[in-house]
Write a protein that binds this ligand. Sequence first.
Ligand SMILES: NC(=O)c1ccc[n+]([C@@H]2O[C@H](COP(=O)([O-])OP(=O)(O)OC[C@H]3O[C@@H](n4cnc5c(N)ncnc54)[C@H](O)[C@@H]3O)[C@@H](O)[C@H]2O)c1
Length: 441
Amino acid sequence: MKVGVVGTGYVGLVVGACLAETGNDVTCVDVDQKKIDGLKKNILPIFEPGLQDIVERTQREGRLVFSTDIVKAVVDTQVVFIAVGTPPDEDGSADLGHVLAVAEQIGKHANTEIVVVTKSTVPVGTAHKVWNAIDKHAKVPFHVCSNPEFLKEGAAVDDFLKPDRVVIGTSTVFSRQVMGELYAPFVRTGKPIIYMDIASAELTKYAANAMLATRISFMNEIANFCERVGADVDLVRKGIGSDARIGPSFLFPGPGYGGSCFPKDVQALLRTADQIGIPLHLVAAAEQANNRQKQILFQKVSAALGGNVSGARVALWGLAFKPNTDDMREAPALTLIDQLLDAGATVAAHDPAAAEEARRRLGDKVTLVDNMYEALTGADALVVVTDWNAYRNPDFARLKQALKRAIIVDGRNLYNGARLRESGFIYDCIGRSREAERVRQ
Ligand SMILES: NC(=O)c1ccc[n+]([C@@H]2O[C@H](COP(=O)([O-])OP(=O)(O)OC[C@H]3O[C@@H](n4cnc5c(N)ncnc54)[C@H](O)[C@@H]3O)[C@@H](O)[C@H]2O)c1
């Protein structure tokens, strides 16, 4: 099938590359000339495990083409995906400017019956707007579909090639058939394609993210509760996660959720809820809890430093909002860095993949180092912000030697607190009281 993908970011690039991998002829388009120039030379703008190989191979074999010209993604094309960003507007609602601009272009240039698929996360009702934008210019029959994307950054290729499910919102038999064919190679193990009406598909994406965000905020609040009552959130997590109705995933406490999706999608859903007059109290509470949780690392490091952060040097391990990605959008590390700098501290940071992105965002406000131990030299405290594998089992002797003061704030509960305290560290983490840690040891 000839496929177009408009918007070559985290989602568009993964979608385009994976569809090329299964034999389709894919043209990925972006307005960012530098990004497209790089991609033509196999220089990927993002870090995503497994993606480099697929892009190189499919490009070499001629099935994946990059361009800045949208016409190439639309002319003679059977399916075109809109995968551009939907950033939050000033009031938190999703800004549909890019999506609708692309829809108009598709209307102008389509020259054969075409299925237009909204891959970007968009509020309920957007498909009508997309339809109208295309219809203003269309000279050929077209179909609008909603096909929300559930990939997780850091595991995006795997998630796309082996999805838990594919959700397709359609209103015509033609588009249902075309989308079914396109996705057939990815659901051979029996994972479902769930067909539904377009509004339900659009809402499914927001409901999924709101549910996951709520789960994280719930566990973060339980973790804070644990600290006060002498309990250990890791044990509580195991205790509740083994209940089949609850399940073990997404129960790890931490410094609050970040990334390009949960914060903005939760906000956009709340905005839609306001507009239609159906309050979503739980989702609003999840967002508030997350805003509070994002302060927690600063509070903990400040407490460990005796309440005086001014003049301190703080080492950070991890800048990306989660491991295996270089994405720093809404990352808890950014909140912490702002607070530390405002309080008069200096920051040295390490991240296995996000250093370049950090340089772009932060300039010389923080010292970025290539070796994780280098960040510790002369630092008064270490804060572990992202749970990259490389941080799980460090050389604590080396760590103690490099740090000026042996303080660790473990934002991901990676270490054994009781043992670290025994060997002279001041140690704090999320939701594990000292008493509980001593008993566990
Ligand atoms: N990142 C994720 O994990 C994820 C997961 C599921 C869904 N989504 C959703 O997918 C959408 C895209 O997210 P992303 O993370 O890939 O964003 P991104 O910012 O990484 O990529 C968007 C790309 O679209 C390009 N673009 C903007 N306007 C354009 C135009 N008119 N024509 C061509 N290209 C244009 C930008 O230059 C950019 O490269 C969003 O709606 C997001 O909510 C993201």
